[in-house]
Design a protein around this ligand. Structure first.
Ligand SMILES: [Ca+2]
Ligand SMILES: [Ca+2]
Length: 452
C-alpha cells in the first residue's frame, strides 16, 4: 500500500513549519506509522520530481490537477533524496497507481447522466493518458498525452463508431499535450517546442522524423504543457502558462497566448494575463477566439472561479496575476491594481473545476439548441475540500454573450471518488461529440438520436 497524503494535508504540514528536511522526516515517520512502503520507480523520460510525486508520495498522476502536479515537487525531491540515503528504497512498478488504462468492460458508462435522447459509448480504450484531440482527414483522430509522452492516431476503419486501431505516432516526448492538423501535417506541442510530422495520414505505420517548427518556448514544466490549435487566420495559437501558482514575470511570454505562422516564424503574444489555458476555439460565425483559463489555488474552496474568456482582438489583458474572475483582487498582486483595468471573463465557471478543452458545436446531429453553443471538459478539482468538476458542461450563448452554464455529461465523480477525468472534447464529422479521459485512458462518443 503506497503511502498517501493529499495536497491539503501536505500544505497544512508546511504551514506547521515542516519544510525541506523536516518535511522529509515527517513523510518517512508518517509512512512508517501507517505501515506503508516507500516506493520509487525510475522512469528515464520523466523528471525526478514527477515520479516522486506519483510514486514516492503516493500521489497518482491521474489525481493531480493542471495546477497541482508541481506544487510540492521541491519538498518531494528533498524527501526522496533523504529517503534514498536513509532507507533502501524498494523499486516496484507503480503502473497500477498511475492507473491509465481501464478496459471498456470495467468502465461505468451507465453512471454517466446525459440529457434525454443522448447516449455515450466507448469510442476507444487503452489510449493511455489521452489528453487533447485534433481531427485529421476522414475522421482520423490525433490524441496527445502529458505524462506518458505519447501521441496517437486513432482510426475507425469500419466506420462503426468504435475505433479499431490506435497508431503510436511518437513516444518519449516531453508532455506532448497539444496536437493540431493542417495541410496533411500533424503539429505536436511539447513544453518548449512545436514539432511537425509531414504527410502523416499516409505514414501511420511508419511516422516520419518530425521537423522542429519552433523551439524557443520556455522550458518550465509548471503549466508548460500546451493546447494548440490553428485559428481562422491560419496561425498556430500556442499558450505559455504561468510557471507558478501565482507570480508576475518580466518575460511577457509567460501567462499568455502566443501565435505564430505555420512555419514557426512571426511568433508574437496575442493575449496577456492568462494563467493557464488548456482549451480554445473560434466562434463558427464571428471567428472570435474563446478560451478557458484555470484560476489560481489556495484562496479557499469557492474562489476564484475558473474562466471562459473571449478575445475579439490582439493585445487584451485577462487579469492574471492581479485580478481573478470578474472582481477578485489577488492578495499579493492585486494591491496596486483594479479589476476594471482588465478584460473580464465572458463567464465565471466553477471554482477549481479545471476547465480544459472547449469547442463550439458546429455539426447538426444534436438538436438545434446545441448548435454554435460551447462544450467544456472539466478535469475536476484537487484544491477543494469537496470535489467538483469531472464532467462536460454546456455553455449557452445569446449572440456573443454567455447566458447559461449547465451540466451536459456527468457521473465520472461518484461521491469523492472519480473513475474518469474529461480533458478535451471534439466534434466529429458525423456530429458526435468525443470526450477524452486521461484517467481511464479512453475516448467516449456521445451521440444523439441513434438506436441502441
Ligand atoms: Ca470500428
Ligand atoms: Ca482572468
Amino acid at each position: 500500500m503506497p503511502w498517501r497524503l493529499n495536497a491539503n494535508d501536505l500544505e497544512a504540514e508546511k504551514k506547521n513549519g515542516r519544510n525541506g528536511l523536516k518535511l522529509s522526516i515527517f513523510i518517512i515517520q508518517d509512512s512508517v506509522r501507517k505501515g506503508s512502503k516507500l516506493i520509487a520507480l525510475v522512469r528515464p523520460q520523466f523528471p525526478s520530481f514527477y515520479w516522486l510525486n506519483t510514486c514516492y508520495l503516493g500521489w497518482p498522476s491521474t489525481h493531480t490537477s493542471e495546477e497541482g502536479m508541481m506544487v510540492h515537487w521541491r519538498a518531494s525531491l528533498v524527501a526522496g533524496i533523504f529517503a534514498a540515503a536513509a532507507l533502501s528504497i524498494l523499486c516496484v512498478d507503480c503502473s497500477n497507481s498511475r492507473g491509465s488504462v481501464i478496459s471498456a468492460e470495467s468502465m461505468s458508462l451507465e453512471a454517466i447522466r446525459l440529457p434525454q435522447g443522448f447516449k455515450i459509448t466507448v469510442y476507444a480504450d487503452s489510449v493511455e493518458g489521452a489528453r487533447s484531440m485534433a481531427l485529421g482527414p476522414d475522421g482520423m483522430l490525433f490524441v496527445g498525452s502529458r505524462d506518458v509522452g505519447r501521441v496517437y492516431a486513432i482510426v475507425d476503419h469500419e466506420r462503426d463508431n468504435r475505433a479499431d486501431t490506435a497508431y503510436l505516432i511518437a513516444q518519449g516526448l516531453t508532455m506532448p499535450n497539444g496536437v493540431a492538423y493542417r495541410n496533411g501535417a500533424l503539429y505536436v506541442a511539447e513544453i518548449d517546442r512545436v514539432l511537425r510530422f509531414d504527410a502523416i495520414a499516409q505514414r501511420l505505420n511508419n511516422p516520419p522524423t518530425p521537423v522542429v517548427v519552433n523551439d524557443s518556448f520556455p522550458d518550465d514544466e509548471w503549466h508548460g504543457w500546451k493546447f494548440i490549435r490553428f485559428g481562422p487566420d491560419s496561425m498556430l495559437y500556442v499558450p505559455v502558462g504561468a510557471p507558478c501558482n501565482v507570480c508576475l514575470r518580466d518575460d511577457k511570454r509567460y501567462a499568455s497566448i502566443m501565435r505564430m505562422n505555420p512555419d514557426g516564424t512571426g511568433l508574437e503574444v496575442f493575449a496577456e494575463g492568462v494563467r493557464n489555458t488548456v482549451g480554445f476555439d473560434w466562434h463558427p460565425k464571428t471567428g472570435v477566439l474563446w478560451f478557458t483559463d484555470n484560476g489560481r489555488d489556495w484562496m479557499g474552496d469557492n474562489k476564484p472561479p475558473d474562466e471562459l474568456n473571449r478575445a475579439p482582438r490582439k493585445g487584451l489583458h485577462y487579469g492574471f496575476p492581479h485580478c481573478h474572475g470578474d472582481s477578485i483582487l489577488d492578495p499579493k498582486y492585486g494591491r496596486e491594481s483594479a479589476c476594471e483595468r482588465y478584460t473580464s471573463p465572458a463567464l465565471e465557471l466553477g471554482p477549481h473545476v479545471a476547465a480544459l478543452g472547449m469547442r463550439f458545436y458546429t455539426a447538426d446531429m444534436f438538436p438545434e439548441e446545441y448548435r454554435s453553443q460551447i462544450f467544456i471538459a472539466e478535469h475536476g478539482s484537487w484544491n477543494r475540500s469537496e470535489k467538483i468538476g469531472y464532467r462536460v458542461m454546456l455553455v449557452k450563448l445569446n449572440g456573443e454573450r454567455a447566458v447559461a452554464y449547465e451540466p451536459f455529461a456527468e457521473g465520472w465523480l461518484q461521491g469523492e471518488e472519480a473513475w474518469g477525468r474529461p480533458v478535451d472534447v471534439e466534434v466529429m464529422p458525423d456530429g458526435a461529440l468525443l470526450v477524452s479521459d486521461d484517467k481511464a485512458g479512453a475516448i467516449y462518443r456521445i451521440s444523439y438520436g441513434e438506436a441502441d
